[in-house]
Design a protein around this ligand. Structure first.
Ligand SMILES: Nc1nc2c(ncn2[C@@H]2O[C@H](COP(=O)(O)OP(=O)(O)OP(=O)(O)O)[C@@H](O)[C@H]2O)c(=O)[nH]1
Ligand SMILES: [Mg+2]
Length: 453
């Protein structure tokens, strides 16, 4: 079996599960058929499932390495579904290395990144969204992201996918059965069971897509890019939002050249703001490069903030219309004398707001608009779970396929075509939880995990 295959192999794997460095304890984890014999060889004792054993740890030459706790889980009642032994030793780089080396000498091999989770997936201990939820929980940038990742780990996302899959299966069975026994010509279009289920499926899928988008946004962190003309107050606004003096502010137009990125927590959400060079005809090579970078930055924006100077008689906007929702921020209202309340035009895709980066007026409202445009105001737990771009892509494709299928079915009423389309939709949906999936997909997902997980 090659090492990059994602079928289960019979190797016993080992890794240090705790972060490297000094600490109170370190934990080594073994999984596979050799987990018990190796654990028993190291402790020279009999391991009883789920019963912590205080013991000395010996190396293969019977030298004492450490003293700690050995904990054995017999498969399938373990994290990976296989026999698992944990060795809890004293925290220290050398001790952990010596224990690891002993396990390797006794026949285990070093685990690849994510291999424990991968085995848990292959042994049906969890599906892909749960495994990804686990990785996201460990990497969560904020408490809210952690809560949502924990919901995914517990199965909130996969349950929602499974509910839809179940409806799909029932509909497929119904249609295939009707096609197999055509005692009489069936008019599928007249079957309310078919049309009703299709409509329900469509609604559920669209809702799930919205939730997944929010989950993915929360997970990877939203990107907000600040742009506008030179001297409009972009850097001042960044500093105000960050409550810190991050970017250089001067009254010289063209101060900012490099892109300055800063993660700022708004209402428990980690949002990355980029302050960029003011857009105008460049005066020199450095500014030219800065403007080029600023324009590039706009491509990765989930939201664009265009800052304009409200004291200027003619507010010139430099933006070309974009995919991302845009907030036009009229800055320096302390000078123009207009009140924040006089702006406040918000649609789903575009907002106009008045602020003073200098005094802070209107900035709280701006924060609210940002969170609102990201669709992240809903803190209810029902639809809150972590997701990844991969899921959003799969759900977008599934939704598009279903929309197309329904349209075609309504036009033709063809049962065979519908059955075939529903099969394809079911398969696409199945890639989210891993019911259907290719080896390379698994490789990509698990290789981004850390070692020992
Ligand atoms: N009174 C007042 N002055 C402001 C406000 N915001 C920015 N300024 C001033 O406007 C000037 C330009 O501010 P910056 O934040 O450097 O503007 P910028 O858009 O980052 O400019 P570039 O980096 O050159 O593109 C500075 O002198 C700021 O002090 C504001 O809300 N009120
Ligand atoms: Mg600036």
């Amino acid at each position: 079996m090659t090492t990059d295959s994602h079928a289960l192999d019979s190797d016993t794997i080992v890794a240090i599960a705790t972060p490297s460095g000094r600490g109170g304890i370190c934990v080594l984890r073994l999984s596979g058929i050799q987990a018990k014999p190796i654990g028993e060889r190291i402790t020279k004792r009999t391991l009883i499932p789920r019963s912590p054993l205080v013991s000395r740890f010996f190396d293969q030459d019977n030298e004492i390495i450490d003293e700690g706790i050995a904990l054995f889980f017999n498969g399938p009642a373990s994290f990976t579904g296989e026999d698992v032994t944990e060795l809890h030793g004293h925290g220290g780089v050398i001790i952990a290395d010596m224990l690891l080396e002993t396990c390797l000498n006794l026949g285990a091999r070093l685990a690849r990144p994510g291999e424990f989770s991968e085995r848990a997936f292959l042994n049906n201990k969890m599906d892909l969204t749960q495994a990804e939820g686990l990785a996201d929980l460990i990497d969560a940038p904020t408490r809210r992201a952690a809560r949502q990742a924990s919901a995914s780990l517990r199965g909130a996302f996969s349950n929602a996918v499974s509910d839809i899959a179940t409806q799909l299966v029932q509909l497929r069975v119904y249609i295939e059965a009707a096609l197999d026994f055509p005692e009489e010509e069936i008019d599928f279009l007249a079957e309310t069971k078919v049309t009703d289920t299709l409509t329900t499926l469509q609604t559920s899928l669209h809702q799930l897509l919205v939730s997944a988008r929010q989950g993915a946004l929360l997970n990877r962190g939203a990107q907000v890019v600040i742009t506008g003309a030179p001297n409009a107050g972009k850097s001042s606004l960044l500093n105000r939002l960050a409550k810190d003096d991050i970017a250089i502010v001067t009254n010289i137009p063209g101060t900012t050249r490099d892109v300055i990125r800063q993660t700022i927590s708004l209402q428990g959400l980690a949002i990355e703001f980029s302050d960029t060079a003011g857009l105008r005809e460049a005066r020199d090579e450095i500014e030219k490069e800065g403007i080029y970078r600023a324009q590039n930055e706009l491509n990765r924006a989930d939201i664009i903030i265009e800052v304009v100077d409200d004291t200027l008689a003619q507010v010139s906007t430099v933006l070309t219309p974009s995919e991302a929702p845009t907030i036009r921020v009229h800055n320096k209202i302390d000078l123009s004398g207009r009140h924040a309340g006089t702006f406040n035009a918000t649609t789903t895709h575009h907002s106009v707001i008045g602020v003073s980066a200098a005094t802070g007026e209107g900035v709280a409202a701006l924060e609210g608009v940002i969170v609102g445009l990201l669709g992240l105001t809903d803190t209810s737990s029902a639809s809150a779970f972590s997701a990844r771009e991969r899921h959003v892509v799969a759900l977008t494709q599934t939704t598009a396929l279903l929309d197309q299928t329904i349209e075609q079915f309504m036009a033709t009423g063809a049962g065979e075509l519908l059955a075939e389309d529903l099969r394809a939709i079911h398969e696409r949906l199945g890639t989210i939880t891993g019911t259907f999936g290719a080896d390379d997909l698994l490789g990509e997902i698990f290789s981004s995990f850390c070692i020992g997980k």
